[in-house]
Design a protein. Structure first.
Lengths: 88, 382, 553
C-alpha cells in the first residue's frame, strides 16, 4: 500500500516539476522580453545622447564657440608638432 | 520553497498512513483514487495559475492539508459523530449560514460567500453535504412503506428551502446539482417515479418563468449556443474554453504548456480548470480523468449497495453521485454542453470550501466502506 | 424496484452523462481541433513588425557621418483617449506640439492620426512617464528608425539619402545598401493577453549590418565645404567643386559639391572642358617625349595666331615666351604650339596615360568618364586647342589624379573613396590600398614640371594660391563654357585652380572649380579659385602639422 501511494506521489511530483519548468520558461521569457525592451530603449537613448554629444563637439559647434571667444584660424607655420622619439 | 511544502505534505501523509495502518485499514481503492485526484488537482492548480501568482497554489495546498485531516478524522470517526449530531440540526446551521451569505458582499452579482476576514466560506458547499445527510437519514427511517406523498412532502420542503436559499443568491449551479442529487436520493429511497415526474413537470414552468424574468439568463443561453458570436463580450469565456480544449487535440500540449492560461481564460484556476487540463493533456488525459471519476462512481455505488443499513446506503449513494455528477456537469459546462453554471470541479478547482467538503465526503465514504460487516440484501421495496 | 437496482440505475444515468462528456470532448478535440488550434494561434501569437537595421557610414578615423537611430512616432487613437485636455497639455509639454495644431487634427481626423514623428528617445521617455503617472490612454507609439547625420550636411552629396524604410535612395547609401542594411522580417511571438511578449530562443537574431568607412577625413571635409560655400555664395556661382587627394596613396581626403544635393557628387560626376589647367598636361607630355626642352622658347605671333584659318588670341606683352613663362601667364598660343608640335597621336596617348577618357573607378555611382575623341578625328586646330584645355572634357577626379602624378613623382595612382567595410563578425574588408595604375612620366620630367608650377604660384597667375611659409605648386584655369546651341558663351566661365602643397614633399593635391561665378574681373582668371585653394591648404597644413618648407619666411 505504501508503495502504491509513494508511486502516486512520485509521479505527482514529476508532473509538478514538468509543469514548473514550463511555466518558469514562460515567465522568464516574459521577463527577458521586458528586459530586452528596456535594454533596447536604453541603447537607443544612449545612441541618441552620443549623437547629441557628437553635434555639440562637432566642428560646427566648436568653431562657433571658438569664434565667439575670439579664436582665429591657425597659421600653419606656427604649429609645433611634438613627436616621441625612439630611445635608440 | 515548493519542495518544502510538498515534503511537509508527504511527510504528514506518510505519518498518517502509518497510523492508519496501525489503527484501521482504509478502503484501498477509494484511498488510491483520492490521492491521485488530490495530487493531480494540485498540479493543475499550480499549472493554471502559476504564471500570475503562486498564491493560489500555496493556499490550495493548505486547503488540501486541512481537507486531508478532516478526511482522516471522518474516515475514522464519522458514524460515531453522526450519532451525536443530528442531521436536522446540521442542516439548520447551514441554513443559517446561507442566510448570512445573502447579506454578505456580492461577488459578480452572486451571493456565494461569507467573508470572515482572510477566510471566505461558501455555505452552498456545506449545504450539499448537509442536505444529503439529512435526506438519507430521514428517508431511511421510514421503514417498509412504499414512500407515498405524505411522507415525501416534509423532506421535499426541506429540499426546496435549501435549494431556494442558495438560488436566491443567484448562484444556480449548485442548487441545480443539489436538486438532481436529492432527486436521486429520493429515487433510491423508494419514491415513486410518478411523484418525481410530477415535481419536475411542475418545476419546468417555474424555471422558464425565472428565465424570462431575468433577461441575462436568456442571454446566457444564447451565449451558450453561439459563444463565438459574443466572443468579445459574454461569450468570451466559453469560446476560449473551447479553444483551449480543441487546441489540445488528442495528446495535449504538455504539462504546463497551456497557452490560453496566459491571462486569456478567465477563471482558469477555478471553474474552468478542466479546460486547461484538456489543453495540456489532451483527449487521452481527459479520458483518464473521466475514468477516475467513473471508478469512483462504481466504487462508491458498490459500497452503497453492499452496506448494512439503509441510511449508510443512501448516504453513500448520495455522496458518490454528488461528487461524480458535479465533476461531469462541470466538464460539460467547460465543453459547452450545457449553459454555464458556477460549478467547481472537485479536487481541481481552487477554493477552500470545495476542497474541504470534497475531502470530507471522501472521508465519510471511506468510513461507510469500513462499516460493512456483512452484506445484507435490502428488502424489496415497491 | 429493488434498492440495489435503483442504485444501479442512478449509476447508469451518471455513466451516461460521463459518456456525453467524453463524446463532446471527442468532438471538440478531434473534429474541431484544427479550427480551435488556429484560433488559439491567433489569440496567443502575434506578428512583430518587420524592421530594417542599418550600419553606419564613417570617415577614415571612425567619426560617424551617418547613423540610424531608433526613434518613435507618436499617434493618437481618438476612441481610446480618456482625457483629451490633460493629454494635449502633456503632448505640448513633452513634444512641443502646440495645442492649436492638436485641436485642428482632432477635428479633422476620424480616429487615428500622427502627432509627431522622429521623436527622440529622451522625449519619448518623458512622455511615457507623464502618460503613466496621469494614467492617460489613447496614445499609440510606433518604433521607427531615423537616419541621423551628426555633422548635418557634411558629405551629403556623397552619402546620399535613405527612405523611411531605412533603405538607401542615392549616393553611398544606395551603393552599399546591401552591406549596410539587414532586413529583419517580422517574427511570430507568443504573448500573454495583456501584452507581455514572451521571449523564446528561436527569436534570437544576430546583427549582420556592416559599417562603411570612407577615406574622407571629416574635419577636412567640413572645412573644405565651409570655405567652398563661403566663396560660392560670394560669387553667386551656379555650382562649385573642391577635391582633395593624397598624391602618394590616391585616397580622397575631401570632396565637396556646392550646392550639396543627395547623391549628386560633382567631384565625380561633373564634366567640363578643363581650360588652362590642362596646359600643364600638354607641356609635361611634350617634355617627357622630348619634343620640347626645359629652356625651349616659343614665338607669340603678336598675340594673334592663325591655325588653318582660326585665330587664337592671347593677352600679354612679350614676343617670345619660355615654357615656364607660357604657364606663368597662361598663354593659349604658347600652349597650342607645344601640343601642335607634339602631334595628335602622341598627345592622345599621353592623355590616355594620364587616365582621361575613362572612368577612374573611384567607386562612385554615376561617375563621369569625360570625353576624349580618337585623335584621328582631330583637326590641327583641335590638337592646338587640346593644349589649353578644349576639345577634351574631363571630370574633376580625373584632373586631380593627373596633378597627383606631378606631385608624387610620375605615377598615376588609383583613387579611392571607400577605405574599408567592417562587419559585425569582426571581419574587415580593406578596399583602399595604395595602388599604382601606371607610370606616366619620367622622374626628370616631373621635377621640371614641378618647378614650372611653383613659378606659376610665385611669379604668375597663381599668386593668390600661395601659403606663407610653404612652397606651393599649381595652375589657374579659365574656361569659356560651351552652351547648348554650340557656341561659346561670352560671359559664362568656369574658373579653376589645381595644385599641390608642400611642393618639396606634396601631401595633398587640391582642385577647386567655380562654375559661372558672377561679378568681378578677378574671378574670371581663376584667382578666386586660387584663393580658395590657399585657405584649404592652409587649414590642412595646420591640421596635420606639416613643417614649413619655404626658405623665405
Amino acid at each position: 500500500m505504501k508503495k502504491v501511494l509513494s508511486l502516486i506521489l512520485a509521479v505527482g511530483v514529476l508532473f509538478f516539476i514538468i509543469s514548473f519548468l514550463r511555466i518558469q520558461k514562460e515567465k522568464s521569457g516574459q521577463r527577458i522580453a521586458q528586459l530586452m525592451e528596456d535594454i533596447a530603449f536604453k541603447e537607443a537613448r544612449n545612441q541618441y545622447l552620443d549623437y547629441k554629444v557628437g553635434i555639440y563637439t562637432g566642428p560646427q559647434a566648436v568653431i562657433e564657440k571658438a569664434k565667439a571667444q575670439g579664436l582665429v584660424a591657425i597659421d600653419p607655420t606656427k604649429v609645433i608638432v611634438l613627436e616621441e622619439k625612439d630611445e635608440h | 520553497m515548493k519542495n518544502i511544502y510538498l515534503d511537509k505534505n508527504s511527510i504528514k501523509l506518510k505519518d498518517k498512513k502509518k497510523k492508519q495502518k496501525d489503527f484501521f485499514s482504509l478502503d484501498k481503492p477509494l484511498l488510491i483514487i483520492t490521492v491521485i485526484l488530490i495530487v493531480l488537482g494540485l498540479v493543475f492548480t499550480y499549472s493554471s495559475s502559476a504564471f500570475d501568482t503562486m498564491r493560489f497554489f500555496k493556499k490550495q495546498l493548505i486547503f488540501d492539508v486541512i481537507g486531508i485531516i478532516c478526511m482522516l478524522i471522518l474516515a475514522r470517526f464519522y458514524t460515531r459523530l453522526q450519532e451525536i449530531i443530528k442531521p436536522k440540526y446540521f442542516l439548520f446551521v447551514v441554513w443559517g449560514l446561507l442566510i448570512w451569505a445573502l447579506f454578505s458582499a456580492e461577488a459578480a452579482h452572486v451571493h456565494r460567500w461569507i467573508h470572515l476576514g482572510p477566510i471566505n466560506i461558501q455555505p452552498s458547499e456545506f449545504a450539499k453535504l448537509a442536505l444529503i445527510i439529512f435526506l438519507s437519514y430521514f428517508l431511511s427511517k421510514k421503514k417498509d412503506i412504499p414512500l407515498n406523498q405524505k411522507v415525501l412532502i416534509v423532506p421535499f420542503i426541506y429540499t426546496v428551502i435549501t435549494v431556494g436559499l442558495i438560488a436566491i443568491g443567484k448562484d444556480l449551479g449548485i442548487p441545480a446539482l443539489i436538486f438532481f442529487v436529492a432527486t436521486a436520493v429520493f429515487f433510491i429511497a423508494g419514491a415513486k417515479i410518478k411523484w418525481i415526474g410530477l415535481v419536475y413537470s411542475l418545476a419546468i414552468p417555474v424555471i422558464i418563468e425565472e428565465c424570462f424574468r431575468h433577461p441575462y439568463r436568456i442571454q446566457r443561453i444564447i451565449t451558450f449556443l453561439h459563444p463565438e458570436k459574443t466572443i468579445h463580450g459574454a461569450g468570451y469565456q466559453l469560446a476560449h474554453s473551447l479553444y483551449a480544449i480543441g487546441s489540445g487535440g488528442w495528446f495535449g500540449k504538455g504539462l504546463g504548456a497551456s497557452e490560453l492560461k496566459l491571462e486569456f481564460l478567465p477563471a482558469a484556476h477555478t471553474d474552468f480548470i478542466f479546460a486547461i487540463f484538456c489543453e495540456e493533456v489532451g483527449l487521452i488525459g481527459a479520458f483518464i480523468l473521466i475514468m477516475l471519476f467513473v471508478f469512483l462512481l462504481i466504487r462508491g455505488l458498490i459500497i452503497a449497495r453492499s452496506t448494512e443499513n439503509r441510511f449508510h446506503s443512501y448516504l453513500a449513494a448520495g455522496i458518490t453521485l454528488c461528487l461524480c455528477l458535479q465533476a461531469f456537469i462541470n466538464m460539460l459546462v467547460v465543453a459547452g454542453g450545457v449553459p454555464t453554471k458556477g460549478l467547481p470541479l472537485p479536487f481541481f478547482s481552487y477554493g477552500g470550501s470545495s476542497v474541504i467538503i470534497t475531502l470530507a465526503m471522501m472521508g465519510i465514504l471511506m468510513n461507510l466502506a469500513a462499516q460493512k460487516k456483512k452484506s445484507i440484501d435490502l428488502q424489496d421495496i415497491k | 424496484m429493488n434498492t440495489k437496482k435503483r442504485i444501479q440505475f442512478c449509476g447508469l444515468v451518471c455513466l451516461a452523462i460521463a459518456l456525453w462528456v467524453f463524446g463532446r470532448l471527442f468532438y471538440i478535440q478531434t473534429v474541431q481541433h484544427k479550427e480551435f488550434a488556429e484560433k488559439t494561434q491567433d489569440r496567443v501569437y502575434t506578428q512583430t513588425k518587420a524592421d530594417t537595421f542599418r550600419g553606419q557610414i564613417l570617415d577614415k578615423n571612425g567619426v560617424v557621418l551617418a547613423k540610424s537611430l531608433r526613434t518613435y512616432a507618436v499617434a493618437l487613437s481618438k476612441k481610446n483617449v480618456n482625457n483629451k485636455d490633460a493629454l494635449f497639455k502633456v503632448l505640448q509639454e513633452t513634444l512641443g506640439v502646440p495645442q492649436s495644431k492638436l485641436n485642428k487634427l482632432w477635428r479633422e481626423k476620424k480616429n487615428f492620426f500622427y502627432v509627431k514623428k522622429k521623436v527622440s528617445p529622451l522625449d519619448y521617455e518623458k512622455l511615457e512617464k507623464l502618460l503613466n503617472s496621469q494614467k492617460l490612454t489613447g496614445v499609440e507609439l510606433e518604433r521607427e528608425y531615423t537616419r541621423l547625420y551628426p555633422y548635418e550636411d557634411i558629405a551629403k552629396d556623397m552619402i546620399g539619402a535613405t527612405n523611411s524604410k531605412n533603405r538607401g535612395l542615392s549616393g553611398l547609401e544606395l551603393m552599399f545598401d546591401k552591406e549596410l542594411s539587414q532586413e529583419a522580417p517580422s517574427q511570430t511571438v507568443k504573448r500573454s493577453r495583456w501584452g507581455g511578449i514572451i521571449y523564446d530562443k528561436s527569436l534570437e537574431r544576430e546583427l549582420s549590418t556592416a559599417d562603411v568607412y570612407l577615406t574622407i577625413d571629416s574635419l577636412a571635409q567640413y572645412q573644405v565645404e565651409s570655405v567652398l560655400r563661403k566663396y560660392a555664395e560670394r560669387y553667386r556661382v551656379k555650382s562649385a567643386i573642391a577635391l582633395v587627394q593624397e598624391p602618394k596613396t590616391g585616397y580622397i581626403v575631401a570632396a565637396a559639391s556646392y550646392p550639396s544635393l543627395d547623391g549628386r557628387a560633382l567631384p565625380f560626376q561633373f564634366t567640363y572642358e578643363p581650360g588652362s589647367t590642362f596646359k600643364t598636361i600638354g607641356a609635361a607630355a611634350a617634355l617627357d617625349s622630348g619634343t620640347i626642352q626645359p629652356n625651349s622658347i616659343f614665338f607669340m605671333e603678336n598675340n594673334k595666331w592663325n591655325v588653318n584659318g582660326i585665330i587664337i588670341k592671347d593677352h600679354q606683352e612679350k614676343p617670345w615666351l619660355t615654357v615656364s613663362e607660357i604657364l606663368e601667364v597662361s598663354s593659349n598660343i604658347g600652349a597650342g604650339k607645344i601640343t601642335l608640335d607634339l602631334g595628335s597621336k602622341n598627345l592622345f596617348s599621353y592623355f590616355k596615360k594620364f587616365g582621361f577618357g575613362i572612368k577612374t573607378n573611384v567607386g562612385f555611382l554615376g561617375e563621369s568618364a569625360g570625353i576624349l575623341r580618337e585623335f584621328s578625328t582631330w583637326k590641327p586646330i583641335d590638337t592646338a586647342k587640346a593644349g589649353y584645355g578644349y576639345t577634351v572634357s574631363v571630370s574633376p577626379i580625373q584632373l586631380v589624379g593627373a596633378y597627383s602624378v606631378f606631385a608624387n613623382g610620375g605615377t598615376l595612382m588609383q583613387p579611392h573613396l571607400i577605405d574599408r567595410i567592417e562587419y559585425q563578425d569582426g571581419r574587415v574588408e580593406q578596399l583602399a590600398k595604395p595602388t599604382a595604375v601606371r607610370t606616366v612620366l619620367q622622374p626628370n620630367t616631373v621635377t621640371q614640371v614641378k618647378k614650372w608650377l611653383e613659378n606659376v604660384v610665385n611669379k604668375g597667375t597663381g599668386k593668390p594660391a600661395k601659403v606663407k611659409g610653404y612652397r606651393v605648386a599649381g595652375k589657374t584655369g579659365t574656361t569659356e563654357k560651351y552652351n547648348a546651341s554650340g557656341k561659346y558663351e561670352r560671359n559664362a566661365h568656369i574658373a579653376s585652380f589645381c595644385g599641390f602643397v608642400p611642393a618639396s614633399n606634396p601631401e595633398w593635391t587640391i582642385l577647386v572649380i567655380l562654375d559661372e561665378p558672377t561679378s568681378e574681373q578677378r574671378a574670371l582668371f581663376g584667382s578666386a579659385s586660387a584663393k580658395i585653394f590657399s585657405e584649404i591648404a592652409s587649414y590642412l597644413l595646420a591640421m596635420k602639422g606639416v613643417p614649413p618648407d619655404d626658405e623665405v619666411l
